[in-house]
Design a protein around this ligand. Structure first.
Ligand SMILES: Nc1ncnc2c1ncn2[C@@H]1O[C@H](COP(=O)(O)OP(=O)(O)OP(=O)(O)O)[C@@H](O)[C@H]1O
Ligand SMILES: [Mg+2]
Length: 424
């Protein structure tokens, strides 16, 4: 049936996924989804009309469409079968080989309640670690038809993640088969692509997504940070003043960090630089500032910075002003004062990944004057206690400048990405 030749690991998955629960985990791009989708097609084709719904489950409708439906309907992967799959983006069901298949996403209450009422005869699960644990439990309870099988893929997460602790590690006592994929298990990846892929992941994510290991978030968050290499005393000229990131605080320190994108160096590479930092620590200053005072101080500070608009000029106008999303009143104040602030994307792990990748690729450098940021990064560590519970989170300590920088880089990613090629 497949239009492609499979790797031995993919064949193994297809031939040996005979348990009630079959989980493929491992490196990104290692061929898990394709192998398990081909298996799912075979399952659907052979699934006797034994009753029970067939379901495809994922984190969001969007991820199911992209990760599951797109490859299923790609004739270069599934051959002539692709023509026998009918699906409209966003629909709650699809038709595969003449069978109706329900599409259920974990982030949609209505869809979750549909699951509650169902009796299932088989399930395909995309990115199983990203589902809420009770959703997964619900799914298993629903797959109650005799002989029903579940095929799931995921990337490794924390070693104490519930999927590993309660299921994968208990494979011997449950009716469960676990398949571990590494990058080499995908025959379609060429060496340059793999080399680039390896450069795109750093730290924790390298271990999980490239090496495919269930490792704990422990030690330094930015373990790729190298002060000798990444701190600079002299700034190159900036091509663009990318933006100002702001972490708001009244009793806690207020932090603003300014970033520029440098002109290309002699190798044609641009970098992002944290060039200046402004910090107000009310405990040290013994005075709290109002929103209006903060806004004025920021404006005055930006005016005094040596500009790049010609020799002897002063003043920087950042393209973006990205602010702590919880600081609603301050954002309103900035609007009144003629700034055009945007609310920061505050997804902590995504932001940490963005910063890690930039640092790991040596595309982020920091001027020695950014003292708050440089102090905070030294003690920014993963939280052991939460890691033991299977959660990835940094210790909530001094992270104000780090947050300001993270907000800025994460939120303006689309603006700097075309200028900063991470994998060159
Ligand atoms: N046997 C194969 N022959 C040709 N192309 C393949 C094969 N297996 C996988 N691919 C292609 O390689 C890419 C990665 O495969 P797949 O999506 O299955 O990986 P994955 O392990 O699910 O990755 P992720 O963890 O990122 O979801 C896809 O573009 C897929 O079409
Ligand atoms: Mg996949």
């Amino acid at each position: 049936m497949p239009a492609i030749s499979l790797s031995p690991k993919q064949e193994q998955f297809i031939a040996l996924s005979t348990a009630r629960l079959n989980i493929a985990s491992g490196a990104v791009r290692s061929g898990k989804t394709i192998a398990s989708l081909l298996r799912w097609l075979m399952y659907i084709a052979q699934a006797p009309r034994r009753g029970g719904h067939l379901v495809i489950v994922g984190k969001t409708g969007e991820t199911v469409a992209r990760n599951v439906m797109e490859p299923l309907m790609d004739p270069s992967l599934t051959g002539p079968v692709a023509k026998r799959i009918f699906y409209t983006r966003g629909a709650a069901t699809c038709n595969i080989l003449g069978r109706r298949v329900e599409i259920i996403s974990a982030n949609d209450m209505r869809s979750e309640s549909r699951l509650r009422g169902m009796t299932c005869g088989g399930a395909y699960v995309d990115e199983a670690t990203l589902l809420p644990e009770n959703f997964w439990d619900q799914l298993l309870a629903r797959c109650s038809v005799a002989g029903a099988q579940i095929f799931a893929t995921c990337n490794p997460d924390a070693p104490n993640h519930w999927l590993r602790q309660r299921f994968i590690l208990r494979a011997h006592e449950l009716d469960l088969k676990y398949f571990h994929f590494v990058l080499d298990d995908n025959p379609a990846l060429d060496a340059t692509y793999v080399a680039n892929l390896k450069r795109e992941y750093t730290g924790l994510w390298y271990k999980r997504f490239i090496e495919g290991l269930w490792v704990m978030a422990e030690g330094a968050v930015y373990d790729m940070w190298d002060p000798d290499r990444h701190i600079v005393d002299a700034l190159p000229p900036m091509e663009r003043w990318l933006g100002l990131g702001v972490d708001y605080g009244t009793t806690n320190p207020f932090n603003a960090i300014l970033a520029g994108v440098s002109v290309p160096d002699r190798h044609g590479l641009r970098r992002i630089y944290f060039t200046h930092e402004w910090r107000w620590d009310s405990k040290v200053q013994r005075r709290q500032l109002t929103d209006a005072e903060y806004s004025k101080k920021l404006r005055d500070w930006l005016r005094t910075l040596p500009g790049t608009y010609g020799p002897g000029t002063y003043g920087v106008q950042p393209d973006w002003v990205v602010v702590d999303p919880s600081a609603a009143s301050f954002i309103a104040q900035l609007h009144r004062d003629g700034f055009a602030p945007v609310m920061a994307d505050n997804k902590v792990l995504d932001g940490i990944r963005t910063v890690s990748n930039l640092v790991g690729a040596d595309r982020l450098r920091v001027h020695r004057s950014c003292e708050g940021w440089l102090t905070e990064i030294g003690s920014y560590a993963w939280d052991d206690k939460r890691a033991e519970r299977g959660e990835d989170a940094p210790v909530k300590l001094d992270d104000h400048a780090l947050d300001a920088g993270r907000y800025l880089l994460r939120t303006t990613e689309a603006a700097w990405q075309p200028l900063i090629e991470l994998s060159n």
